[in-house]
Write a protein of this length. Structure first.
Length: 84
């Protein structure tokens, strides 16, 4: 999955349109209920755990920031031997 596909997931779960992946989720109209649904969908899709409180971190407030975090967490969970 790439940023564009991740943005589509955000759009589907949160009923918003992502025109700029760097725009904060709250500015896109994502409310707390959508945030919980998004966290659950991302966890299921990527097999990672996300603390919903992490979205309060200003560094993880946009779809692009969240995607980078998920991507890094998913990559870190792959054993080194499987990455080579």
């Amino acid at each position: 999955m790439n940023q564009s596909q991740f943005d589509q997931l955000v759009e589907q779960i949160c009923a918003v349109t992502v025109t700029d992946p760097e725009k904060p989720l709250v500015d896109l109209g994502v409310d707390s209920l959508h945030t919980v649904a998004l966290v659950m969908a991302v966890e299921e899709e990527y097999g990672v755990e996300i603390d919903p409180d992490v979205l309060a971190d200003p560094a993880l407030t946009s779809p692009a920031d969240l995607w980078r975090s998920v991507h890094a967490q998913a990559a870190a969970s792959i054993p080194a031997t499987a990455r080579n």
